[in-house]
Every structure is written in structure tokens, then in C-alpha cells.
Design a protein around this ligand. Structure first.
Ligand code: GDP
Length: 195
């Protein structure tokens, strides 16, 4: 999608820094390296809005992206670092809990998984976590360009089965390299944001 304005409003360590707006928000979560920054850049029609390959360890901040004063994307730090400390894990948990318990603008979530692999335990945990709050969820299978065309349908059905996707939880293949899936995913995100 093309936006006139797509900007990082704030990287917020806690609720005191959340932007004081009433824009509908959608949360983006996924393992580090899943392609989340590339996804954000592609979806917003920007090259460097979210920093691709950002250094591991930024586990404490929620990034709020304002799109045309219409929508807010809330980027959750990539999870799944092998070397994350207990302290960082606790901070991550607290930050998520604070947001999901208290942020009234939240409308739904996108969980990104790598199309080439079965979802990790962390992916399962995140899905369960967001299901608990009964928010609409979109699953995006990233890097689909790396899966051969003949294997795609099968691979997606394995992921769907593994995550035990429920009614209304849709799985979309996506590639930031080819832009496959971009239109369909924006439609799904808009439906959630405008509900
Ligand atoms: P993040 O850590 O989740 O933000 O992931 P990044 O967006 O930084 O991407 C991690 C790596 O995967 C980078 O080397 C990207 O170039 C690569 N990547 C991201 N999306 C795609 C994609 O759709 N296709 C391919 N082939 N590579 C991708």
C-alpha cells in the first residue's frame, strides 16, 4: 500500500510512552529474522521504515508506526533469541501483558511465521497468548518465494495443521521479495482495523 505518511512515532518501553492517539492498532509479532521488518517496509511501501536486520537484543520496545493518521502498526520485538536472559524475557512478558491488558486501541494481531519451517514453540506460545485476548488474528507465512511452487500448498497446509488454526484465523503466504500476498494481507488487516 502507498501511504502519504508512514512514520515511526515512538519506540516505547512502557505505557507512559504509548502514543496518545485513538487510531486503531494492529500488532505484528514474529520470531527474530522471520522477515518482520521486510514485511513492514513492503506493506507500507517504504524501503527503510523498519530496520531490516536490526541487532538482536532490542527486546524491550514496542515500535508504533503511524500510517496516514489512519492506522497504527505496533511492532513487537522479535522473539526466540537463544541467548536471551531471564531478565529480558521477564521484561518482554511484562511489556506484552501491559499492552494487551490495557491498550484499548488494539484491534487484532498479525503473527509471522517462516513458510519454510514448521512453527517454533515460541510461535505457538505467541499464538496461544493472543488467542487468550480473543483478538482477530492473521497468520503470515513469510519468505514464500523460498518454497518451490510445487510444495507451497502442502507446506501451508502443514503449517495450518500444526498451529491448529481455528475458524477466522487465516493463513496468508507472503514474500517481500516478490510482493506476493501483499494485497490480500492488506485487505485482511484493513478489515480488522476498520471493524
Ligand atoms: P526480522 O528480524 O523479522 O525483522 O527480519 P528481516 O526483515 O530483517 O529479514 C531477515 C532476513 O530475511 C533478511 O536477510 C531479509 O533480506 C530476509 N527476508 C525477509 N523477507 C524475505 C522474503 O520475503 N524472501 C526472502 N527470500 N528473504 C527475505
Amino acid at each position: 500500500m502507498q501511504f502519504q505518511k508512514a512514520e515511526l512515532v515512538i519506540s516505547a518501553p512502557d505505557r507512559r510512552s504509548w502514543p496518545d492517539t485513538h487510531l486503531p492498532e494492529i500488532v505484528l509479532a514474529g520470531r527474530s529474522n522471520v522477515g518482520k521488518s521486510s514485511f513492514i517496509n513492503a506493506m507500507c511501501g517504504r524501503k527503510k521504515l523498519a530496520y531490516v536486520g536490526s541487532t538482536p537484543g532490542k527486546t524491550r520496545l514496542l515500535n508504533f508506526f503511524n500510517l496516514d493518521d489512519r492506522y497504527m502498526l505496533v511492532d513487537v520485538p522479535g522473539y526466540g533469541y537463544a541467548n536471551i536472559s531471564k531478565q529480558q524475557l521477564l521484561q518482554f512478558g511484562r511489556m506484552m501483558e501491559e499492552y494487551f491488558n490495557e491498550r484499548e486501541q488494539k484491534k487484532g494481531a498479525v503473527i509471522l511465521v517462516d513458510a519454510r519451517h514448521m512453527p517454533s514453540e515460541d510461535d505457538h506460545t505467541m499464538l496461544e497468548y493472543i488467542r487468550y485476548f480473543q483478538l482477530p488474528i492473521i497468520i503470515v507465512a513469510t519468505k514464500i518465494d523460498k518454497v518451490s511452487k510445487s510444495r507451497r500448498a502442502h507446506q501451508l497446509s502443514l503449517i495450518r495443521k500444526d498451529l491448529q488454526l481455528q475458524d477466522g484465523e487465516q493463513l496468508y503466504p507472503f514474500s517481500s521479495a516478490t510482493k506476493e500476498g501483499e494485497e490480500a494481507i492488506w485487505q485482511a488487516m484493513k478489515t480488522i482495523l476498520e471493524a
